[in-house]
Structure formats: C-alpha cells, structure tokens
Design a protein around this ligand. Sequence first.
Ligand SMILES: C[S@@+](CC[C@H](N)C(=O)[O-])C[C@H]1O[C@@H](n2cnc3c(N)ncnc32)[C@H](O)[C@@H]1O
Length: 257
Amino acid sequence: MYTDLEAELHDLFWNQEDVISELPLLEAFHEKKLSLEIGCGSGRLLLPLLENGHPIDGVEISADMTKLLAKNANELGLGLELEPEIHTCDILDFKTEKIYERVSIPAFTIQLLDRAGFEKTLRNVHDFTSNDGLLYFTSFIPWAEIAGELTEGDWYDDHQAKLSDGSTALCKTKFSINRLRQTLNRRHQYSVSHPVSGSSKKKQHRSTQDLQWYTYPEICLLLELTGWKVKQLITDLEPETATHPDAHLLTVIASKI
Ligand SMILES: C[S@@+](CC[C@H](N)C(=O)[O-])C[C@H]1O[C@@H](n2cnc3c(N)ncnc32)[C@H](O)[C@@H]1O
C-alpha cells in the first residue's frame, strides 16, 4: 500500500522513469467503453483517460492515494462527485453491481498481490466483466536483480528528483530476492531534504514491498484456471514490434473463455 511520502512522491518518480508511457496502450484498450482501473492511485493514468472521454471508475486501497486523486481531479476541473466512482478498498474485497466492458491493472499493481491474491482478483474481475469484455494488466520481470546486476542487501539511490520549492526528493532501495519462489522484497527509504541545509531531512518515510513476478507461461496457466485466455501479448510496451524473448515488461490483454 502506498501511503505518506511514498504516495506523495509516486507520480514524480514514476513520470521520471517512464521512458515509454503506458497511456497510449490504455487509450487503445479502453475504447471509451465502461471501464475500471484497479490500483488507480492518484489518477496518474485514470485522469488523462477520463479527460479523453473514457468512462472509467477506479479501485484503490490507499486513502492517501485517493485523496491525491481528488485533489488532482479538482485542479483539472474534473468534478468527481458523481462520475467516476472511486472506491477506496482492497481489490480482494471489491464488489460491484456494475458490469464493466474493460478492466485494466496497469503499472505492475498485480505484483503487489501474492499468487493467491492475483488468482482471486482474476476470478473477481471475471464476475463483473461482460461476456465480450477484456482484461488488461502489465507486469515486469526483474532481470537486473535476477542476473545480479544490482547487489542484493545494499542500499542504492533508486530515484531522485527536484521539487518545485527546490527541495530534493530521494528514494533509496535495498532488495532481497528469492529466485525459486519468484519474489522480490524491496525496502524503500523516502526523504525530502531542504535545499540549503541538505543534511537536515524535512520528511522521511520507510516502506516495504513484497513483489511477485510471473513468467509468460505461468500467466497463461493462471488465466486459463480463472476463466480467461490471452488475446494479445505486448512486450516492453511496444505493440508495433514483435514480442521480445528477453522482455522486461509483459502486457497481457485477455478475453473470457
Ligand atoms: C504502482 S502504483 C500504480 C498507481 C497507478 N495505477 C499509476 O499508474 O499511477 C500501485 C497502486 O496499487 C494500489 N494497490 C496495491 N494493492 C492494492 C489492492 N490490493 N487493492 C487496490 N489497490 C491496491 C497501491 O496503493 C498503488 O496506488
């Protein structure tokens, strides 16, 4: 769950990292059909989709994130009183009377769930998606950690950015990996330091993330087990290019069996 400084700095760090944005893929996927984004965060992707005419609701576990979403929506002049519906709850507990035509889980959110949670989510989504509806999700394979290109157990500077008041935001990360179980534990230390007295930290926050990664054959099996089949695989967010055998990012679009 993203709270406190991790929530505040999420979009800043993410936008810096995005070599290719996921937004064009989501624009093509949602097709202005009745949609839901799972793990919608502060609306980094949901709000531009909404601005471009996609009717899209959101589910987000972190109240800090949905507060940021409401603030960002207000700044854009989008009233969120009626539409979209933003549900502050765990996707594992999410229930709805609506039937969605498109459900997206971008930005690696599925990897914050364990295997059982991912399976349960696939079953839940199946229940509230129309028969001709589609599911979209993106996950990553942490090749740098798997191959030992990053040193396990050492703190490294993961993200750094300047804030508008001249402060520096930093995220230090330390990881441990279980290659057998395909899990990656990441500990993060967030800080914002003042430009003049650089050593005195204004704000600090620590968090831990347990990430699960999946190979493509496993994804196919999990989908089949939960009533889905792969319609399209996109690697490294490049739909025009043939799928890459060493891909880092796997985007799957699935239809109901
Ligand atoms: C990597 S962020 C992506 C946020 C947003 N989709 C974006 O791209 O900016 C993952 C989001 O999923 C949320 N999340 C994690 N576990 C969740 C769960 N079980 N149910 C709902 N949201 C969850 C986190 O709080 C976080 O906001």
